[in-house]
Design a protein around this ligand. Structure first.
Ligand code: PA5
Length: 448
């Protein structure tokens, strides 16, 4: 079972502070379930996992199989919610050296459309030369600049390299049912396409084809992922008592720290580097959902013990505005024992015969104690094992807690108005048709 342990925030908030959130959390869950809260046109994710049918998964698996059979490499083009969920899951299960040890069983998954770097796109195009590659073009709006730019380049290269007919087979679109350039292009070219439901926003879309298709292409079990999420959906609904609802407890604990202990920054910590991108997904989920109206906990992340040697000093002794949420994986997949060494030059013979993970777990416990002593409250989330089922549970736990937290904060957790500001300036600077007035104003501001 996934467990949320908030015992290590006890010294930082008044006794009973977390439990006192129960009525507010109950109201928030009801708002999510009944659709009576802010942004209620984007709560399709709440009951999504339990409504996914075997037929729907079979359709995704069939499309994934076409890509698996015809490609050695698949590029996932998308940004934000249109790629982070897939990458979080794929990297959690992939061999750490996947690109180096291609075993031919699964295609290599690469990512594009999540930056505007010319060098990145050049190097990607070079890597893809001579390879049998396919593309999954993911964009709900179908008009996101980063993704559209990369897709235009990838589409051309795929057609030039593999021929129009094969390109039609190995390019798949995941986009809106009707609107946007990605939909128009998919329909015109006859690509296989999947629909992103209207009522599911990007950062809550990992259990739609946005996440499920790339995950299936990579060779992972989407049935188990969805089953885990559906089980967590049941474990966090309004019929479950507060103390047994992991999303409720997590949301209450983090908001108690925010409201009553001045903890404005949450650091998601892992001791397994494979969870690096899971934290990237989590940061977007919470950052884009809560950071508005001059409110919101700032979501940050670190990979330990790596970052104990870079960020560790700040966390131990810097400004006391942070708390940690540690993702602790109970069971690792492989076994490596420390060998004994006759000369013992490094003095590590006291570890001989121990599993590496035993040392890692002691680093984790030692860090927790040191950080709590140093004024950093600690929430610990235990995951039995890194499998599709448990990751599905964890994804839904965080999504539900995010919806609850947004409502506790009294913001609309499902919009992202602030994301438009940079786009408006970028289009004005690039003289995009329709932005004439903005172009004039921005040039004047820059004194040009
Ligand atoms: O969560 C969100 O809504 C965003 O992060 C979007 O997913 C991101 O901006 C990409 O948008 P789109 O899928 O329309 O290309």
């Amino acid at each position: 079972m996934i467990k949320v342990d908030y015992s290590q925030i006890a010294g930082f908030v008044p006794a009973g502070a977390v439990e006192a959130f129960e009525p507010r959390v109950k109201d928030a869950i009801e708002m999510l379930e009944k659709g009576t809260g802010k942004g209620n046109d984007f709560i399709g994710w709440v009951n999504l996992a339990s409504s996914i049918t075997p037929e729907f998964l079979a359709d995704i698996k069939a499309a994934a199989q076409v890509l698996r059979e015809n490609c050695d490499t698949v590029v996932v083009a998308g940004i934000g919610g249109s790629y982070l969920g897939a990458r979080a899951v794929i990297e959690a299960f992939s061999n750490s050296f996947a690109q180096l040890v291609q075993d031919g069983k699964n295609p290599v998954i690469l990512y594009a459309g999540n930056n505007i770097s010319e060098d990145y796109l050049y190097e990607l195009s070079e890597y893809l030369k001579g390879r049998k590659f396919g593309v999954i073009n993911i964009s709900k709006s179908g008009t996101t600049t980063e993704t559209a730019l990369a897709f235009r380049i990838l589409k051309k290269q795929c057609e030039d390299q593999r021929g129009k007919e094969m390109a039609r087979k190995v390019i798949v679109a995941v986009t809106d049912a009707k609107k946007g350039a990605a939909r128009i292009c998919a329909d015109k070219e006859g690509y296989k396409s999947f629909i992103i439901p209207d009522n599911v926003g990007g950062r809550f879309s990992v259990l739609t084809p946005v996440g499920l298709l790339p995950i299936a292409v990579a060779g992972y079990d989407i049935e188990q992922l969805v089953k885990g999420a559906a089980d967590m959906e049941k474990m966090t609904d309004s019929s479950v008592p507060f103390a047994q609802n992991p999303s409720a407890i997590y949301a209450a604990a983090r908001n108690a720290l925010y409201e009553q202990a001045g903890k404005k920054i949450e650091i998601l910590v892992n001791f397994q580097p494979k969870l690096h991108f899971f934290a990237e997904w989590w940061k977007q989920l919470y950052g884009e959902s809560e950071g508005k109206e001059l409110k919101g906990i700032f979501p940050a992340s670190v990979d330990f013990s790596t970052d104990l040697h870079s960020m560790g000093q700040w966390i131990q002794e810097g400004e006391r505005t942070i708390y940690e949420t540690v993702l602790s994986v109970d069971k690792v997949q492989h076994s490596v024992l420390f060998p004994s060494d006759e000369e013992n030059l490094d003095g590590l013979n006291f570890l001989a015969g121990k599993h590496v993970d035993e040392v890692n777990k002691m680093a984790e416990l030692g860090t927790q104690l040191a950080h709590v002593d140093g004024g950093v409250p600690n929430i610990r989330i235990n995951i039995p094992e890194l499998t599709e089922y448990w990751l599905g549970q964890l994804i839904y736990l965080f999504e539900k807690a995010c919806g609850i937290s947004g409502y506790l904060l009294q913001v609309n957790p499902f919009n992202q108005p602030g994301v438009e500001a940079y786009k408006k300036n970028m289009f004005a600077l690039l003289n995009k048709p329709g932005y004439e007035a903005e172009s004039k104003a921005i040039l004047a501001r820059l004194g040009k």
